[in-house]
Design a binder for this molecule. Structure first.
Ligand code: FEO
Ligand code: CA
Ligand code: CA
Ligand code: CA
Length: 690
């Protein structure tokens, strides 16, 4: 249901369907699904045991203190779009205003009245008035030539290996012709939820093999007749491809071939079967897609006794999927497989334009719980990649390539660019706050080198060890512990970098680090967004400054901060993926709102400049139980795309919690034999009615 917000009266969120939530009260997800998503990371001890302070700590609730320092002049009134008037504590520090960017009209192209927050029971995509949504492709739809149609009662690994995978996360729509009638859809499939995917009587071994085939990535050709029309996908098209846990990968970079990466099945330490837990990513200027292998610990059985295993969360309670019952490589206690876990947790690079290309895992970019990687061509031609390690109290990283990007389109140029991420310098961020005195958030920071010119910069760590056990090497140089940094993405329009820190409810607990300037709240359930400003506009510089852009939450709650903006805003919580439209305006998708502010996750537009800096407007909401992933904003084309991940996640095969998208969209009741359950789906949102 869509509604036009009104400033002066609350609008009660509601929707066309009301499904009961099941399970627990705190958050929207059961422990079962937490385990499938990230190996129950939030229930386990924080894997970063290092002591602070690693930089100057400030008093808890730093924002409130700043507001006091700044005095009454800072008091602002922020109202909620579609909610109640703001009545919380004063707004906090005022960041320096970003340099204005010339407006080129994306607002006219993507004009919308923000939707009101949507109740977490609503099993539908909610879009603004005058807009509508369509699925492009759903889990199980045939992708490669010869793949069968989705048959939920008779799934198999063979069928799934040619069909669209489960739980679409990172997404890009890469237009490939000048008329804008052809495109490639590239998307990650982060993880499986077998309870709601497969019939309960499915053969256990085939169920596991089918889950392997539902992981990885998809490349799918899209077509349309005219620019501005909706896209449809082409089953069996030439470039269509599935990459799964059985696809051959090459390890490259300095650690390739290291004894730390060799197994019985791969004594070279250079060839890995498959990729998994591919979360977010980025598309490179040379047309490839980067994908982050994130919570890979949850797939292995391991002793969990070594410092390396503990720091990465490997242990004996992590393999709820019991994959080792089908393939011993998932048992890291078995001789010959102790290094298999080291072969996951990398940034992988896939060339979607060449279905025969072997994808690569880049060891030069380090190994941790990679959310994703986003690259920018620095002004000196080197490629700079920004990366987050999505764990409570973990770090933000930067990679700077040794070689320079070549603009040409010759075969040589392309091959050169395909090797850019194979050699370079890895560093980790230390944020230093100094904004207390005048209440202005003008923090500084530095990139601490971990590798330089092909050498380790960390005493006591070999180059291989820095790259394979990057977390441990980083611990030794005291970077800043962040609140689960997810997407870290440069904005090509203003040269700044946006870091989505999704949440960290452990901050400030006994024995844990308290509030710090770049992570300003204890018990941080709603997350925040940090804006990093490279020194002199140089992405390879060793220093930076930074501001807080958003401290998320319901604006009626003390401690939230919307970039200094004082007009009405949409409540926002748990920022995860970020994207920019053609004039550099920020878009944020969320993961976790049902458990924090009680609304379905969504997609939000956030202004970065001038008086509107910090204005948050909700564009869409996803169905019950889902998270919003991979936003792609083609404002010149009037279209927005999202990956609807894990709709109805709390259900089971017998008691599905979502009928998205098929029966939500068609409106009819599922007939006997029809699959009534949820299907993760890539959705396009365009103007007009369905
Ligand atoms: Fe898979 Fe960090 O979210
Ligand atoms: Ca994510
Ligand atoms: Ca992104
Ligand atoms: Ca997330």
């Amino acid at each position: 249901m869509t509604m036009t917000p009104e400033t002066d009266r609350p609008i009660r969120p509601e929707g066309r369907t009301a499904l009961p939530m099941v399970g627990h009260t705190r958050g929207s997800r059961s422990p079962v699904t937490c385990h499938l998503r990230c190996g129950d990371a939030c229930s386990l001890p924080v894997p970063n045991p290092t002591d602070g302070p690693t930089f100057r700590e400030i008093a808890e609730e730093a924002l409130t203190r700043r507001a006091v320092l700044r005095g009454a002049a800072a008091v602002a009134t922020v109202a909620t779009i579609g909610g109640t008037a703001w009545s919380g504590s004063p707004a906090a520090a005022t960041p320096r205003v970003a340099k204005p960017v010339a407006r080129r009209g994306s607002h006219r192209r993507l004009g919308f009245a923000p939707i009101a927050p949507v109740a977490r029971t609503v099993d539908d995509v909610t879009v603004p008035d005058g807009w509508h949504w369509d699925p492009i492709i759903r889990w199980g739809d045939p992708v490669v030539k010869g793949a069968p149609a989705f048959d939920p009662d008779h799934q198999s690994a063979q069928a799934q290996s040619g069909q669209f995978g489960y739980n679409n996360d990172y997404l890009d729509i890469i237009v490939t012709d000048h008329r804008s009638t052809r495109a490639l859809l590239v998307c990650n499939h982060e993880y499986t939820n077998e309870a709601i995917m497969f019939p309960p009587d499915m053969d256990p071994a085939e169920r596991i093999r089918t889950a392997w085939a539902a992981h990885g990535l998809s490349v799918v050709e899209l077509r349309r007749r005219h620019k501005g029309q909706r896209w449809t996908y082409v089953p069996g098209a030439r470039l269509n491809r599935r990459i799964t846990l059985d696809t051959p990968f090459l390890l490259d970079g300095p650690a390739a071939g290291s004894p730390l990466l060799r197994t019985e099945a791969d004594p070279t330490g250079r060839r890995v079967r498959g990729t998994m837990n591919n979360c977010s990513g980025g598309t490179t200027p040379w047309g490839t897609v980067l994908s982050g292998e994130e919570n890979v610990n949850q797939y292995f059985y391991a002793a969990g006794t070594s410092a390396e295993e503990k720091r990465y969360g490997f242990g004996p309670t992590q393999d709820s999927r019991n994959w080792r019952s089908v393939d011993p490589r998932w048992d890291a206690t078995k001789p010959g497989y102790v290094n298999e876990p080291h072969r996951f947790g990398w940034i992988v690079e896939v060339d979607p334009h060449d279905p025969t290309a072997t994808p690569v895992k880049h060891t030069a970019m380090g190994r941790f719980k990679h959310e994703g990687a986003n690259v920018v061509i620095n002004r000196d031609g080197r490629v700079v990649a920004y990366m987050g390690d999505d764990e409570r109290f973990d770090y933000v990283y930067r990679f700077v390539s040794r070689r320079r990007y070549r603009k040409g389109s010759s075969r040589n140029d392309r091959e050169h660019n395909l090797r850019l991420l194979s050699e370079g310098d890895l560093s980790v961020a230390r944020f230093t706050g100094d904004g207390l005195e005048d209440g202005v958030s003008d923090g500084s920071g530095e990139w601490i080198p971990l590798t330089r010119d092909g050498r380790s910069m960390v005493p006591g760590f070999s180059l291989d060890e820095v790259l394979v056990f990057t977390r441990l090497a980083a611990d030794a140089v005291q970077p800043t512990k962040m609140d689960r940094p997810e997407d870290v993405q440069p904005n090509l329009h203003n040269g700044r970098v946006y870091i989505a820190c999704t949440n960290n409810t452990d901050r400030g607990k006994p024995g844990k680090e308290g509030a710090t300037e770049p992570n300003p709240r204890t018990a941080n359930k709603d997350g925040h967004v940090v804006e990093l400003v490279p020194s002199r506009g140089d992405h390879a510089a060793s220093t930076f400054s930074w501001n807080l852009l958003l401290v998320c939450g319901d604006p009626a709650t003390a401690g939230t901060y919307f970039g200094g903006y004082t007009g009405e805003v949409s409540p926002i919580s748990c920022p995860d993926n970020v994207a920019f439209d053609s004039d550099g305006t920020l878009w944020i998708s969320t993961d976790g709102q049902p458990g924090t502010i009680g609304f379905n996750d969504g997609l939000f537009r956030v202004q970065l400049d001038g008086r509107d800096r910090g204005k948050v407007e909700q564009f869409l909401a996803v169905p019950t139980g889902a998270e919003t992933c991979g936003p792609v904003v083609h404002d010149r084309d009037g279209s927005v795309f999202v990956a609807v991940q894990h709709p109805g996640e709390d259900g089971t095969w017998a008691a599905q919690q979502s009928a998205f998208p098929d029966f939500v969209r068609s409106g009819h009741r599922p007939r006997k034999g029809e699959f009534a359950g949820p299907r993760p789906t890539v959705v396009q949102v365009t103007r007009g009615r369905r």
